[in-house]
Design a protein. Structure first.
Length: 395
């Protein structure tokens, strides 16, 4: 194993002292046998040698410093720095919700009857007022024929009785009975006409037929869904939000809407409605946001997330959350401290604030212009010399 002689450091003062002592010993030994003239010549020679030794010492010190710096460079840790600068920091709270349609109809007939025709199938586009299905009207039409016959007779009797009454012939009771009978039959006929119209099942909204629940020949009844029509052009998300966030949300506030099914899709929307009461069961209130869905990509009953902004600081000092470490004293990071011409790692304790999407606001412990160690932070310790590859500007 070779020994590096340059690792042995001898202070300059000790070297000069040794030279001086050696010179004095030599002068002392020589002065006993030499004349003053010879001693002066010898002293001049020693002064000349001393100057040469000083020059050699300085050269050796320079060489030694170069070798030591070379050894330090081998032990330097390669890092990438990021300069801290004030930037906008926003914190959001996530609330889960479901997508619902603004215009949706579970259509059932107004009267009971047998289905004689269904004019649409699932997936068809329909318009508001379009005929979707027809119920049997045989009984109603037969009743109408009977009522029409009776009404014709009742009308004739009423007209005759009215002429007699105008001529002061006959009793008032006969006139009123004829009039009442005629009007009752007219009302009955109007009711049957309404029943005929109720036998026509029409769509109350424009949209797409999502489901046809019954078939021809089956009995349709009020309250039993026959056809489901939904409009996908305009949807809304309804979410239950913790009452702790009530001070931070107002109607018209901006929120971010995201969908787990479409991780890359996000929309900035405005709060459309805020619930008027707190649910005592889970201490939440309702928040609704509407959005256009003309391409039909979002479907009702999909899961959605509302990101609600509850904190904002336009002059925040922000660092990547992954850089933060913790020990018994608290949370800390490493910064690069200038030790001209080198950089040295310095351990700095910080007070961390809120975190969002991998970024954390630093409340104290950092200042603008500090250079945090971003790449290589796991390989450094306090006082380690650094080899800086690059310095990024905080975004």
């Amino acid at each position: 194993m070779k020994t590096n002689i340059f690792k042995i450091k001898i202070p300059m003062k000790q070297i000069l002292s040794l030279i001086a002592v050696a010179g004095m010993l030599m002068i002392s030994s020589c002065s006993r046998d030499q004349s003053p003239e010879a001693m002066r010549k010898q002293l001049d020679a020693y002064h000349k040698q001393s100057k040469e030794i000083d020059i050699r010492i300085k050269e050796l010190e320079k060489q030694l410093a170069g070798l030591e710096n070379g050894n330090e460079a081998v032990n330097r840790v390669s890092v990438v720095l990021e300069e801290v600068a004030p930037a906008l920091f926003e914190h959001y709270v996530e609330a889960g919700g479901n997508v619902e349609a603004v215009r949706e109809a579970f259509i059932s007939p107004e009267i009971s009857g047998q289905i004689t025709a269904i004019y649409v199938k699932e997936g068809d586009k329909v318009q508001k007022g379009q005929l979707l299905a027809q119920l049997s009207t045989q009984v109603t039409r037969k009743s109408m024929e009977e009522v029409q016959t009776s009404l014709k007779l009742a009308t004739d009797l009423f007209q005759r009785q009215q002429r007699l009454w105008d001529q002061k012939i006959g009793s008032e009771m006969q006139y009123l009975e004829a009039k009442n009978n005629k009007e009752s039959l007219e009302n009955r006929l109007a009711t049957l006409n309404a029943q005929l119209d109720m036998a026509r099942v029409v769509s109350p909204v424009s949209g797409v037929v999502d489901r046809v629940a019954q078939k021809n020949g089956e009995l349709a009844m009020p309250g039993m869904t026959m056809i489901h029509v939904i409009n996908l052009d305009e949807l809304f998300v309804k979410a239950n939000v913790s009452e702790a966030l009530l001070p931070f949300i107002r109607k018209g506030d901006e929120i971010v809407l995201k969908f787990p099914s479409y991780p890359d899709v996000s929309r900035k929307l405005r709060v459309d409605r805020i619930g008027s009461n707190i649910n005592p069961g889970n201490r939440t209130f309702e928040v609704q946001v509407k959005f256009d869905n003309t391409d039909g990509a979002i479907k009702p009953n999909m899961m959605a997330s509302l990101l609600i902004n509850d904190y904002r600081n336009e002059q925040a000092l922000i660092i990547p959350s992954r850089l933060i470490k913790e020990d018994l004293k608290g949370k800390y990071i490493y910064i690069a401290k200038s030790n001209s011409p080198d950089f040295v790692a310095q351990k700095v304790y910080i007070q961390a604030g809120r975190s969002f999407l991998g970024r954390t606001e630093v409340i104290s412990g950092l200042k603008e212009g500090d250079k945090i160690i971003q790449d290589g932070f796991n390989r450094v310790s306090d006082g380690v010399y650094l080899s800086v590859d690059s310095v990024k500007t905080a975004k």
